[in-house]
Design a protein around this ligand. Sequence first.
Ligand SMILES: C[S@@+](CC[C@H](N)C(=O)[O-])C[C@H]1O[C@@H](n2cnc3c(N)ncnc32)[C@H](O)[C@@H]1O
Length: 347
Amino acid sequence: MTPLLERIRDLIRMEGPIPVSVFMTLCLHDPEHGYYASNPGIGRDFQTAPEISQVFGELLGLWAAHEWIGMGSPETIFLVEPGPGRGVMMDDMLRAAKVAPGFIDALRPVLIEASPVLAGVQAQKLASYNPIGVRQLSAAPDGPFILIANEFLDCLPIRQYVRDETGWAERCIGLSTTGDLTFGRSPSPDPPDAPDGADQLERAPGMAGLISELSERFARGPGRALFIDYGPPAYSPGDTLRAYRDGRQADPLSEPGRCDLTADVDFSHLARLAEAAGLRVDGPTSQGDFLLRLGFAERCARLSARAGARADPVQRAAMRLVDPLDMGSRFQAICLSPGSAGAPAGF
Ligand SMILES: C[S@@+](CC[C@H](N)C(=O)[O-])C[C@H]1O[C@@H](n2cnc3c(N)ncnc32)[C@H](O)[C@@H]1O
């Protein structure tokens, strides 16, 4: 029994079944017992691309330098990372960015982090770059920016909808007769933007807010927003809510606040929202293809040559990022830009 489980049971007893999005928000961000607030386990519960190989962040740092030049090399550029975890990707990006001296001089890192624990880890790791730390994008400084997020969108709480012969219902969490958390359904109005013929749908309400914040920023000046995350490139019905603990998948209802909760990103929905807001959308393209187009093979060869006796494990770890049977195809990259912008590299 976790302390959060008791609180969620009380909430359901008082207010009735709660949507999956409310459950996810409590499990991830409850200030006292939420997973990210109290006990985030990057590396322990799950592994991410920047933690697997430095090639990932380095290529993204070079990509950012290239896009900065494409914007006309503005004097100040904010390199914005939502959900920077332990700060590994930002560290690798900044180290690689030093090959473009004008870029590193113009650059101000901005870290958007909801978890006070991880914000502390990031501040320590990146102290020499004097990063700006904020809790949400709306609080980031205004100006030309390049936003890069890895495994951020999959943390946005989702609502789940299911359709049967009586119409749409929302998947909710209530209590069984024995007092355990259990999934059920509540009647629901039609979910927003359901593709024709869809009978299951997941929607992250936070995505619309993110797109509207980005489009306001793009209206004020140049920018790029690159998201890398897991999920199929096109709509694929299913229940993708998952929990991870100690590197294994767990029952999402079993230990609220002790497991990471995540869901596939619906890239087609993200693209539709962005296009409706007048943004340029490039991708989604598979992470493997994206990294290969950015020079993965050359970077990897150089890293292996420097690794000496460790060349094999270094190479094997990096290859996971592009392997079509591994992260290369499970993860997608998508880039959003102002409607008037040209094509970014890598797509
Ligand atoms: C799965 S981890 C990924 C960490 C890192 N990007 C990486 O690839 O290693 C998710 C990150 O997003 C942060 N996060 C989750 N939801 C957030 C939110 N709504 N606002 C800001 N940060 C959030 C978490 O605290 C964590 O740093």
